[in-house]
Write a protein that binds this ligand. Structure first.
Ligand SMILES: Nc1ncnc2c1ncn2[C@@H]1O[C@H](COP(=O)(O)OP(=O)(O)O)[C@@H](O)[C@H]1O
Ligand SMILES: [Mg+2]
Length: 269
């Protein structure tokens, strides 16, 4: 089955996953094609679990996921073809150079050698990897590794890119390059979904923001829409986020809200 062009980039319906406790609890989300969507939530909210199910790395207990109209349970290979998944701790091969790694990934996708080479050159260039293109990845910093992983995820020109905390641990220069690449992709009609705990990034970059806690969607919309629902005009995303999370029943049993507040304030400082 091929991708349906007017279908949402991602449609999640009544998704559930329980480990010892529910991690994802009847979550439904629709992300339109071409959107830049930020998924926000405190630690343990179920962000990574949700995205791992979308990427086909974890089986859901219940619910449906469709990527560009392709049901991931019915046609997982077609779904993976239009998707790129960039985990928070990317796995790359220490013995390979960035160029070799990209050639290897392109081979997995059976890409034409010349097309792959041109795409690899372009990605290496925009991600500022040119000087290290022929050095083994083994000694690279976290930021460099993240950029090599991102290049690998983008080589087959996916329609939907999902990144889990892509800016965590990156130095300012690498973070800027990654943000520029993501913005460029969105300008080309690619859909980007990223989780972040850095509210400022969501506020500045995302078209729409979803706030989840305890595996449930608490609120969703543009920053303006979130402000309107919270009734707090002029509120920052931090104000809205903390208000939403504090309104959750029995938050005291999970990670304490005021500690998250302190963490988030720290991240913004
Ligand atoms: N493989 C696993 N086994 C057991 N519990 C898990 C596993 N993965 C996640 N969890 C639990 O599920 C909840 C959601 O985790 P996660 O999706 O990683 O949250 P987030 O990415 O929002 O920080 C947490 O309580 C976490 O401890
Ligand atoms: Mg996570």
């Amino acid at each position: 089955m091929s991708a349906v062009s007017d279908a949402p980039a991602l449609a999640i319906r009544h998704l559930k996953k329980t480990f010892e406790e529910p991690a994802v609890d009847d979550l439904s989300l629709t992300i339109k094609s071409g959107e830049f969507y930020a998924l926000l939530g405190p630690n343990g909210a179920g962000k990574t679990t949700t995205l791992r199910m979308v990427a086909g790395l974890l089986n859901a207990d219940a619910g449906e996921i469709a990527i560009c109209g392709i049901d991931t349970a019915k046609d997982p290979i077609a779904a993976k073809r239009v998707l790129a998944w960039v985990p928070d701790e990317p796995m790359i091969y220490d013995k390979l150079t960035p160029m070799e790694y990209l050639a290897f990934v392109a081979g997995l996708w059976s890409m034409d050698g010349e097309v792959a080479r041109a795409k690899a050159d372009q990605l290496i260039d925009v991600l500022g990897l040119s000087q290290k293109a022929h050095e083994r990845c083994g000694g690279f910093s976290k930021g460099m590794r993240q950029k090599v992983a991102l290049a690998g995820a983008l080589i087959h020109e996916p329609k939907l890119i999902i990144l889990d905390e892509p800016l965590t641990g990156l130095d300012a220069g690498s973070a800027r390059q990654v943000k520029a690449v993501l913005r460029h992709l969105v300008s080309q009609g690619v859909t980007v979904i990223m989780t972040t705990h850095i509210l400022e990034v969501a506020e500045r970059m995302a078209d729409r923001i979803g706030v989840i806690a305890k595996g449930r969607l608490l609120a969703e919309g543009t920053l303006e829409e979130l402000r309107n629902t919270s009734g707090a005009h002029g509120a920052t995303l931090e104000d809205i986020f903390l208000q939403l999370v504090e309104e959750q029943p029995d938050t005291a049993q999970g990670a304490p809200v005021d500690r998250h507040g302190a963490q988030l304030a720290g991240a913004l400082a």
